[in-house]
Write a protein that binds this ligand. Structure first.
Ligand code: FES
Length: 142
């Protein structure tokens, strides 16, 4: 069996929603200190709906595929549903990842939640800090 599913290969080769949103309503940047990969997610939110989302990922193929899939999963969704995005759901949508690559999908979940936290913080919207802990990446800014 191939190490990577066709969906992983497809999202790696043709990533959706790559880029930057200049006037984003929320931006999240996270990294994994061990592998050094960095992921940044930009959200545009209108009337509590994610009307646009873009990402920049400096990392492995699984991180690129995970961020691409995560952006597809949240685009057009009500903003509060972003809290429900889990790395497990991203992995399932990709038809699986090898065990040693599961942390790449965790990065996608963290990046989306970090962008959501930034949106809530900027707009003075209250949230449960346990659901949105600060996972921002010190390594991203060196
Ligand atoms: Fe670290 Fe993929 S190897 S995010």
């Amino acid at each position: 069996m191939a190490l990577y599913s066709e969906k992983v290969m497809d999202h790696f080769r043709n990533p959706r929603n790559v880029g930057v949103i200049d006037n984003a309503d929320g931006v999240g940047e996270v990294g994994n200190a061990k592998c050094g990969d960095i992921m940044k997610i930009y959200l545009k939110i209108d009337d509590d709906i994610v009307t646009d989302v873009k990402f920049e990922t400096f990392g492995c193929g699984s991180a690129i595929a995970s961020s691409s899939m995560a952006t597809e999963m949240i685009k057009g969704k009500p903003v509060d549903q972003l809290l429900e995005l889990t790395n497990k759901a991203v992995v399932e949508a990709l038809d699986g990842l090898p065990a040693h690559k599961l942390h790449c999908s965790v990065l996608a979940e963290e990046a989306v939640k970090s962008a959501l936290k930034d949106y809530y913080d900027r707009h003075g919207i209250e949230y449960d800090p346990k659901l949105l802990p600060d996972v921002s990446c010190d390594a991203c800014h060196v």
